[in-house]
Design a protein around this ligand. Structure first.
Ligand code: BGC
Length: 764
């Protein structure tokens, strides 16, 4: 048996616990004096006011919000994105409240503000951290220029069950990749100096395991052992915190029976204690009040007490803190030091944001306002197009169907072809759909006019009354064409008949991949599948453009299409970006950040599976092996997969040494050759595997990637360094990582099923 030779504590400040109420190890003496002085002058009600985040909307109309602010009963505001508005609300706080403490303004700036970048899955598909950083920096600049101080992002919940609609916002299934994206986006939002007028505070969410809800149902409980939490789900949140994220938003679900909002282990032991987080902990929308529905609080008072005792500083929109904390403290049922501690954290956040120096730091003077909040000059179209085209993943391209001849007669069909709203994706409240470029518009612009292009709707999103009712109720932009489905299809078939090639744009409306939009099946809705059947029967080359916010089960359509391009929801410049790729002005370079299942019954499906005692041999699946006997094993498209317009082959993988010492390093490399006729790039991926360890280890884990760009016939050797820290894992429930010596396997390939293993020995 192998023995652990190196064990270390991965956390810093184990000494900070709930019983120790002093805050923010990072406070400078000047800041500490400022906060001490301010807190000493505040009444209990004013301190509680700082803990209240009001979401302007039907339950909190404007007049009521104004008077709460003037009375010092609100510390933060959500859901306004217009400078004049923000300035006026700030004026209420600064000029009318007793102490003039400024408000902080928050919004969900998730994948852009006025200019939308691809949704999270699209950003992750770039496998390009500088491009992702660019999206975050532009988003922060635009949002800060709207007067906003705080973004509820990045959303780093790992998604391994695409039935969950919010998978669209996240970055896929892989811990290592999401961890890199998490730290990248925190840096991008916050910049070098949080007090700078174009920086925003990042609030990483949803802590924790919100993506692991049972059955992919939104808000459903997450049940798993602590070892798996630490290994798979927690690293991206931890990375955001290590990168300096100012805030953490608590998940809406329960974890092992205790709602995250009342979970002392999660918020106090782990986040504050083990990880030493000194920033702001914010509840999700209404979540403190929801402790009653969870069944852990009998009433709102108990909910308030549970949440603040667990360590939730700010109550987002449930009114529970504002109404009940004072009474609890006055009756001696709550330690007032808990309120002081939370208020201090809010004030420290405002201090870091520079709001005490200038409350109008981001909203600025009215003389600097743009003519209109959505003035076109405010958009960053070039940046959005650049990132969007990197996010497109080519999944199939038989007989070089793509790139298209720019002069070809094209029939453009499908419910998403002309949609400007859907291409923006969810969480796009500050963007104007009228400024988005649909695919149709992208094609028209690329060809300098509509000549040679025809259009037919072909199908509604769905004909299923349940789905139609859901969509038209919650996403008013969805319009249903009342004509019979057959008439719509016939129109599309007629358009196809007159064309050289068909481009069908199918998938989901953005409302199908959003909060509270879990699906029980992942097929293309039947109406759209019937459209694809009809188009296939025309015999014309068929290009399927997918717009969707989760992997779909596309076995049938993948067989029917000549070319298949996954575009997710590509943002404001999506139509131009897709046209760039369709006409070959830009090589498709995206790679899947998530596996595509064949059938929904395979879920959860991800590449980093741990082995069973009865593994399945794909060539001889046999009986008594761990598989579904009614479906071919594995994904339809694996994690990391994506094609370009040229072909690469990998050969001659090498390790610089067959042994790795405790403080050593070795190089793993492979030769890459561009065997096609065009210049192009591919993403070379490094996976490691520990075949024998004290706990079962995933069959592969991503540990690095590099993009290589080559001319036709050109070759290059791509190498990766491997050191022992990359072999660390959690062998128990505690915070300690171990590295166990022995044999390890290395795979270098172009996706998670590619490459033959090389092995080396880690010396004790
Ligand atoms: C979502 C959060 C979001 C919040 C504020 C909630 O419904 O779960 O992700 O930040 O609303 O908009």
């Amino acid at each position: 048996m192998r023995k652990a030779w190196q064990v270390w504590t991965v956390v810093g400040c184990l000494a900070l616990t709930s019983t120790q109420l002093q805050v923010s190890a990072g406070e400078s003496p000047r800041e500490a004096r400022f906060l001490d002085d301010l807190l000493a002058r505040m009444t209990l009600e004013e301190k509680i006011g700082q803990l209240v985040l009001v979401s302007i909307g039907p339950s909190h109309p404007r007049d009521q919000v104004n008077s709460s602010i003037a009375a010092g009963r609100a510390g933060m505001v959500l859901n306004t994105v217009v400078r004049e508005d923000i300035r006026e609300l700030q004026r209420q706080a600064v000029e009318h409240s007793r102490l003039g403490i400024p408000l902080a303004f928050a919004f969900d700036v998730v994948h852009g503000q006025r200019t939308l970048f691809p949704i999270g899955l699209g950003l992750a598909s770039t496998w390009d951290l500088p491009a992702i950083a660019l999206s975050g920096r532009v988003a922060a600049r635009e949002a800060a220029a709207d007067g906003l101080d705080i973004t509820f992002a990045p959303m780093v919940d790992i998604g391994r069950d695409p039935r969950w609609g919010r998978m669209s916002e996240g970055f896929g299934e892989d811990t290592w990749l999401i961890t890199r994206i998490s730290e990248t986006l925190v840096d991008a939002f916050q910049g070098d100096d949080l007090s700078s007028p174009d920086s925003m505070m990042a609030v990483v969410k949803h802590f924790a395991l919100y993506g692991a809800g049972e059955g992919g149902r939104d808000y459903a409980p997450a049940e798993m052992g602590r070892r798996q939490m630490r290994e798979v789900h927690l690293p991206p949140y931890r990375a955001a915190i290590d990168a300096g994220a100012g805030g953490v938003m608590v998940a809406l679900n329960s974890i092992d029976g205790v709602p995250a909002t009342a979970n002392r282990w999660l918020l106090d032991d782990l986040l504050r204690g083990e990880w030493g987080f000194g920033g702001l902990v914010i509840s999700d929308h209404g979540a403190i009040g929801e402790l009653i529905s969870h069944g852990v609080a009998a009433d709102a008072e108990q909910a308030a007490r549970l949440a603040i005792q667990a360590g939730v500083d700010v109550d987002m929109n449930s009114d529970v803190y504002g109404l009940h904390l004072a009474g609890l403290a006055e009756r001696g049922e709550l330690d007032p030091a808990l309120i002081d501690r939370a208020a201090r954290r809010v004030l420290a956040a405002k201090y870091a944001l520079g709001l005490f120096d200038d409350p109008y730091r981001r909203s600025g003077p009215s003389t600097e306002d743009a003519l209109a909040f959505d003035d076109p000059s405010r958009l960053h179209r070039l940046e959005a197009r650049e990132v969007a085209r990197r996010s497109l993943v080519l999944l199939k391209n038989q007989r070089e169907t793509l790139p298209l001849d720019r002069k070809a007669r094209i029939a453009v069909v499908g419910p998403l072809a002309k949609s400007q709203a859907d291409i923006l994706g969810s969480w796009s409240g500050a963007a104007s759909p009228s400024q988005a470029v649909s695919l149709w518009q992208g094609l028209v612009d690329a060809r300098g006019g509509e000549e040679g292009l025809s259009y037919a709707l072909g199908a509604n999103f769905s004909d299923d009354p349940l789905v139609v009712d859901y969509l038209t109720t919650y996403t008013p932009e969805v319009k249903i064409d009342p004509r019979p489905a057959q008439v719509l299809r016939d129109e599309a078939v007629a358009a196809a008949g007159d064309a050289d090639v068909v481009v069908a744009v199918v998938g989901e409306s953005r409302g199908m991949s959003d909060e509270s939009s879990s699906r029980s099946e992942l097929d293309l809705p039947a109406a759209q599948a019937a459209l694809v059947d009809a188009l296939e029967s025309t015999g014309k080359p068929l290009v399927l453009i997918l717009m969707n916010g989760r992997p779909l089960t596309l076995e049938r359509q993948a067989g029917q299409a000549d070319a298949l391009l996954e575009t997710w929801f590509a943002g404001t410049e999506g139509g131009h970006a897709i046209a760039d790729v369709l006409f070959g002005d830009f090589e498709p370079v995206g790679r899947l950040p998530v596996s595509f299942p064949r059938r929904v019954g395979q879920l959860p499906l991800y590449y980093a599976l741990v082995p069973t005692g009865r593994p399945v041999d794909p060539l001889h699946p046999g009986k008594f092996t761990s598989r579904y006997f009614d479906v071919a094993g594995g994904p339809l498209f694996p994690f990391g997969f994506g094609l370009g317009y040229t072909d690469f082959s990998l050969s001659n993988p090498r390790l610089s040494s067959r042994v790795l010492s405790r403080d050593g390093q070795l190089e793993a490399s492979v030769e890459v050759i561009n065997q096609g006729k065009r210049r192009g790039s591919t993403v070379i991926q490094l996976y490691l595997h520990d075949p024998v360890a004290s706990v079962t280890r995933p069959v592969r884990e991503l540990k690095g990637f590099k993009r290589v760009t080559l001319d036709p016939g050109e070759r290059a050797r791509v190498d990766f360094s491997i050191d022992p820290t990359m072999l660390a894992f959690y062998s128990g429930e505690g915070p300690l990582e171990t590295i166990e010596p022995g044999e390890f396997e290395v795979f270098i390939g172009q996706h998670a099923e590619d490459g033959e293993p090389l092995s080396f020995t880690l010396r004790p």
